[in-house]
Design a protein around this ligand. Structure first.
Ligand code: ACO
Length: 434
């Protein structure tokens, strides 16, 4: 990666009676950054930023978010335009390569992805080791990490062609692994990929077809699946992506680093929120119970949060939520489920929360997870699969960010520091004398 940061000025910091100059850099758009990488050498001090609320960890040219304006750009293209005019496979190409493909490049990319969708037969046997009631995210974490055993050559590989192949393999095999996680928990036979289908159709077929009868792919659902994948494809330096970068910064196998990202995504504050949001809507049950629920969320002594609301970066509407809400209506219409009880609860919750001082003052808006659970449930996915679908979609983001990091000449092993408040040095006391 060619580094493109520009020097934009100098910040002065006075610490312990010493004034130091810290370089200020600007990117293409977005806030400038103060480079503190030499701060310890210059002053003997570290910075402290738990949760990294004011810390940038890298230079990146993949995704830009303006949280105040509700803007999300992939390689400069707005997510709304991509969702309207493009598709997930083209977005994968864009994220990986930095430009939209020509027709021949697009066709070659599709062909390559399709060529790698099958799993090694030994990998299929992995699943037998899991209990049938295992959470699909537990299986996914294990299965993705286990892929490193099948492709050991990808580790530390400087060969761009080998690295590219590793990226394609992950993107191609993730739907097959994800569908197997679902089939395994249902006690159904695994369905192999079929190359006549598009990426999203193929995934639906692997999840929902059974040998006893023909499965017809509903084009509205296939489009909704594709849009779900697009909306979750990348989101700059979020928790799981930062986890992937950090894990890979030690030179770990890229597939193992992605498995670390899957594990991170599982949490309800991140990718697990779609599952949590739907469970919460089910627990609320009907619109009549919403005022009492909102009262509980606002009660300072309760730790209940409205799941699917709020975001670390978006302090205005999450642009992905707008597309997701529209898709939700399309799916429920296609399935003749417009009276879906959770949709009614969601719409009323959103209406109330957007007018309520508590949510308005804290800049809490629906995020991408608020409506996605309703869509996925209507499509027939079990709740425990929701985060797996997110992981499938985010794989291209993880891989693109990981490749970018490996190509960045300024990349170092990620190693934060701390402020230590434990005991100072003391002498060991034998057990008889304590
Ligand atoms: N419901 C109620 N109150 C909330 C919510 C919420 N969903 N989110 C934040 N708040 C309140 C907090 O209680 C806090 O109030 P306080 O200042 O009085 O203490 C204030 O808003 C700020 O909250 P923080 O947790 O400090 O904000 P942060 O940026 O760290 O959190 C997060 C972002 C984790 C997403 C949070 O909004 C949340 O927990 N939301 C629900 C879970 C969720 O939907 N996660 C999905 C995120 S999108 C994704 O990962 C794809």
């Amino acid at each position: 990666m060619e580094n493109r940061v520009k020097k934009a000025g100098v910040a002065k910091l006075e610490v312990a009676g010493k004034v130091v100059d810290l370089p200020v850099y600007s990117g293409t758009v977005g806030p400038n950054v103060i480079d503190v990488s030499k701060l310890y050498a210059q002053t003997g001090h570290f910075t402290l930023d738990p949760g990294f609320t004011s810390t940038g960890s890298c230079e990146s040219q993949i995704t830009f978010i303006d949280g105040e304006q509700g803007v999300l750009l992939h390689r400069g293209y707005p997510i709304e335009q991509l969702c309207d005019k493009s598709n997930f496979m083209e977005l994968c190409y864009l994220l990986l390569n930095g430009k939209l493909p020509q027709k021949t490049e697009y066709d070659a990319f599709l062909k390559e992805v399709k060529h790698h969708t099958l799993l090694h037969t030994q990998q299929d046997r992995f699943f037998d080791g899991f209990r049938r009631d295992s959470h699909p995210m537990a299986m996914l974490t294990g299965a993705v990490g286990g892929m490193a055993a099948f492709y050991p050559g990808a580790v530390g590989n400087e060969d761009p062609a080998e690295r590219k192949l590793g990226s394609i393999r992950l993107i191609a095999k993730m739907p097959t692994i994800a569908a197997r996680c679902m089939k395994y928990t249902m006690g159904q036979k695994f369905v192999d990929p079929l190359n006549k289908f598009s990426y999203s159709e193929n995934f639906l077929n692997m999840c929902f077809s059974v040998s006893a009868e023909e499965y017809e792919i509903n084009p509205v659902l296939a489009r909704a699946m594709d849009r779900f994948f697009m909306l979750h494809a990348d989101h700059e330096q979020n928790e799981s992506t930062s986890t992937v970068r950090l894990a890979a910064s030690s030179g770990a196998h890229p597939f193992a680093a992605v498995a670390a990202g899957v594990a991170c995504l599982w949490g309800p504050s991140h990718g697990g929120a779609n599952e949590a949001a739907l469970r919460q809507m089910r627990a609320i049950g009907s619109v009549d119970n919403i005022p009492e629920f909102v009262r509980q969320v606002k009660d300072p002594s309760s730790d209940i949060r409205l799941m699917g609301f709020g975001h670390r970066v978006y302090k205005n509407y999450d642009p992905r939520a707008t597309v997701m809400q529209k898709t939700c209506h399309e799916v429920l219409e296609a399935l003749d489920m417009k009276d879906h009880p959770q949709l009614k609860v969601a719409m009323e919750l959103e209406r109330i929360a957007l007018q309520d001082e508590y949510f308005v003052n804290k800049k809490l808006y629906p995020n991408v997870d608020f409506y996605s659970g309703i869509i996925l449930e209507a499509m027939g996915f079990p709740t425990t699969m929701f985060t797996v679908l997110f992981a499938l979609a985010r794989t291209v983001g993880w891989v693109s960010q990981l490749n970018e990091m490996l190509d960045d000449p300024t990349q170092k092993i990620g190693r934060p520091r701390q402020i230590y408040t434990g005991e100072a040095q003391r002498d060991y006391v034998p057990i008889s004398a304590r």
